[in-house]
Design a protein around this ligand. Structure first.
Ligand code: NAP
Length: 263
């Protein structure tokens, strides 16, 4: 029970990593506000939490819209009275090279992935300050620390998330708020499976797995366990950190050393 009675908000909680975090938080004793634009998926996550006999409710929210995120914070306060943990997880991806990136799509990716993190933090922080502190966890990506072909807008947005996280740690660390981000590699969620379903993607599936020493995609639950750590007192001295959760993908390059050294 590392998060007993903590009030936590998880954006993008209807699917993938966000759903896994919502469930892991509930299992650790937190009360969870699931926020998403996907109402059906969000309510389904809440039902899954209620089956664990834990407390949760759903708020429809578009993280790119100021009024919507403000409403999310207000609904949380109305119901539970405070915000202890804010997980800015909602995100979208578009697979296009820079010159072909549609400008409206660029704006939307930046709005959801970066402005969404800004707004989620902006509206949670005043409540955390009233309460003497809290934990902000932002979902960045290895694409926030490495370039990735075909991901111009996504790369830019996630690089921004890493530094916005460090800014939050600087602005509020002395007031009891810890802000950290997670940089997942390839995780088996609808975001990745939809890219893998694109025509021609079969040719690169092996490459994607081959990039990772773990030899497989990560599981949403493996990211969720790291979010529990960052949200909990176990991480009481961790602030402004970008935690890479990628099975070793960004650790360096690999050659077949056996061919040189034998063994
Ligand atoms: P996912 O399964 O697609 O889940 C994302 C959720 O966010 C969906 O329910 C989506 O709703 C929702 N969403 C999209 N736009 C939103 C908005 N404007 N406001 C509120 N909710 C919104 O993706 P995921 O893989 O779990 O990704 C979660 C986070 O992890 C994202 O920030 C992503 O960039 C990051 N990440 C993922 C991976 C990976 O390999 N999966 C790797 C690195 C980082 P709809 O389905 O209706 O769009």
């Amino acid at each position: 029970m590392k998060l007993k009675d903590k009030i936590s908000v998880v954006t993008g909680g209807a699917s993938g990593i966000g759903r896994a975090i919502a469930l892991a938080f509930a299992q650790e004793g937190a009360r969870v506000i699931v926020a998403d634009i996907d109402t059906d998926g969000g309510k389904e996550t809440v039902e899954m939490i209620k089956k664990l006999k834990k407390s949760a409710f759903f708020v429809e929210a578009d993280v790119a819209e100021s009024a919507s995120v403000k409403n999310l914070a207000e609904k949380t306060i109305e119901r539970y009275g405070c915000i202890d943990i804010m997980v800015n997880n909602a995100g979208i991806e578009v697979f296009q090279r820079l010159a072909e990136t549609d400008e409206a799509m660029w704006d939307r990716v930046i709005a959801v992935n970066l402005r969404g993190v800004f707004l989620g933090t902006k509206y949670a922080v005043p409540h955390m300050l009233k309460n003497g502190g809290g934990a902000v966890i932002n979902m960045a990506s290895v694409a926030g620390i490495m370039g990735a072909g075909g991901l111009a807008a996504y790369n830019a947005s996630k690089g921004g998330v890493v530094l916005l996280t460090r800014n939050t740690a600087m602005d509020y660390g002395r007031k009891g708020i810890r802000a950290n981000c997670i940089c997942p590699g390839f995780i088996a969620t609808p975001m990745v499976t939809s890219i893998m379903a694109m025509p021609g993607a079969d040719a690169v599936k092996g490459q994607v797995i081959g990039l990772c020493p773990a030899g497989r995609l990560g599981k949403p639950e493996e990211v969720a366990r790291c979010a529990v750590f960052l949200a909990s007192d176990d991480a009481s001295f961790v602030n402004g950190h970008a935690l890479v959760v990628d099975g070793g993908m960004s650790a360096g390059w690999e050659i077949e050393v056996e061919k040189v050294l034998g063994g």
